[in-house]
Write a protein that binds this ligand. Structure first.
Ligand code: IDP
Ligand code: MG
Length: 149
């Protein structure tokens, strides 16, 4: 099983898209392990976006992410990282296909509503930036035999 860190950014929270985004991941069959609404500290934004620290857009990215609360989640499933990236859509909403979250709800690269991990390794790293191991729940679902052969 793979785990992905998914974060609804402040624009998604303010625009009332939390339920819609959770619903899409839930209905696909992915399993929610942890969730929290929270305004990120500068340190956590730096760790989350470590690969972009020296990019010219980083200051505006940090302002955007810290402009309000984010909704942080951990999702689990077979191939979860790639499946969620497909559900989320291309980074720039201009290129995101209709039916994806960014293709349905976003217009601008700097307001693209949601983050999701880009590999299982970054998923595990990002999860530990935001959650303690003890916050990740473990529970059976009656749907499991209907989701995986
Ligand atoms: P991702 O969110 O699809 O993984 P990344 O390339 O990792 O995309 O970029 C992280 C975030 O930084 C993007 O989701 C977007 O919010 C922001 N971003 C990326 N490139 C630019 C840019 O050129 N201008 C402004 N913001 C950007
Ligand atoms: Mg990324």
């Amino acid at each position: 099983m793979e785990r992905s860190f998914v974060m609804i950014k402040p624009d998604g929270v303010s625009r009332g898209l939390v339920g819609e985004i959770i619903g899409r991941l839930e209905k696909r069959g992915l399993k929610l392990l942890a969730a929290r609404l929270e305004k990120l500290t500068p340190e956590r934004v730096n760790s989350q976006y470590e690969e972009h620290l020296n990019k010219p857009f980083f200051p505006s990215l940090r302002n955007y992410i810290m402009s309000g609360p984010c909704f942080l989640m951990v999702w689990e499933g077979r191939g979860a990282v790639g499946i969620i990236r497909t559900i989320v859509g291309k980074t720039n909403p201009v290129d995101a296909a209709p039916g994806t979250i960014r293709g349905d709800y976003a217009l601008d690269l700097g307001r693209n509503v949601v983050h999701s991990s880009d590999s299982p390794e970054s998923g595990n790293k990002e999860i530990l930036i935001h959650f303690k191991e003890t916050e990740l729940t473990s529970y059976p679902r009656c749907s499991d035999p209907w989701l995986y052969e």
